[in-house]
Design a binder for this molecule. Structure first.
Ligand code: APR
Length: 230
């Protein structure tokens, strides 16, 4: 069975990584336009690097939870395409490979002058010279609002081919990720949403599993594996 899974901040919430739009969400004490747009970076690169240095430290101190590990298990029993909006590396540390990070990664650094990419140090600053061109124009390799998400052709294609599309822990408020369920449905897939609550796109899903990801994702994966053996 071909399964495409999209994850959002909710899958890492129980690992201690803040989501964005909950009452204690990241966007409650940071303005998106200041820390997650190219304009904000041009205005105050130091503020932006401080924001991502903090998120990089939080992610490095976090551990994958049972939901991350369950998806790694699923890959051994289905043709799984794992797409994430998250910039932490908990899927990889939970055992998943070939994760598609459509919004970039905290472990990546990018040169705004020459597009060179390299492994980000734990702490980045605006004066860091690019290892390739030497210019002090390094930024986190994160896709900001107004920028094109990474690997969208690959994502649209994998979702179009899927028999089953699942969205786990995402509020469905940011496109193009939020449009993937509709795309899957149009291409004939069954769709399931796994979340603590309803999302902005719950109507695009055939099935809904409600609960904390660390509980409902392992149960969902175990059921899929049992069905694959039947
Ligand atoms: N288990 C399952 N779902 C959860 C849990 C949990 N323990 N905790 C929270 N959730 C759900 C919430 O109900 C919500 O639907 O996770 C979702 C989190 O929503 P957001 O904070 O909006 O995060 P996300 O959907 O990933 O945001 C998408 O927006 O800010 C940008 O680039 C950023 O990638 C991010 C994108």
């Amino acid at each position: 069975m071909r399964i495409a899974v999209l994850t959002g901040a909710g899958i890492s919430a129980e690992s201690g990584i803040r989501t964005f739009r909950a009452s204690d969400g990241l966007w409650e004490d940071h303005r998106i336009e200041d820390v997650a747009t190219p304009e904000g970076f041009a205005r105050d690169p130091d503020l932006v690097h401080r924001f991502y240095n903090q998120r990089r430290a939080t992610a490095a101190a976090a551990e994958p939870n049972a939901a991350h590990r369950a998806l790694a298990r699923l890959a051994g029993h289905a043709q799984l395409t794992l797409i994430t909006q998250n910039v932490d590396d908990l899927h990889e540390r939970g055992g998943s490979e070939a994760v598609i990070h459509m919004h970039g990664t905290l472990t990546g650094a990018l040169c705004a002058a020459c597009d060179h990419r390299w492994q980000a140090p734990a702490v980045m600053s605006p004066s860091d010279p690019c290892p390739a061109c030497g210019k002090p124009s390094t930024r986190p390799d994160i896709v900001w609002f107004g920028e094109m998400p990474y690997r969208m052709e690959e994502i649209w294609e994998a979702v179009a081919k899927a028999d089953l599309f699942a969205a786990i822990g995402t509020s469905g408020q940011v496109y193009p990720a939020a449009g993937l369920a509709q795309h899957a449905r149009r291409c004939g897939a069954r769709t399931v949403e796994l979340n603590l609550a309803t999302s902005a796109v719950s109507r695009d899903f055939d099935d809904h599993l409600v609960g904390p990801a660390s509980e409902i994702v392992p149960l969902w994966v175990d059921r899929l594996i049992a069905e694959s053996r039947a």
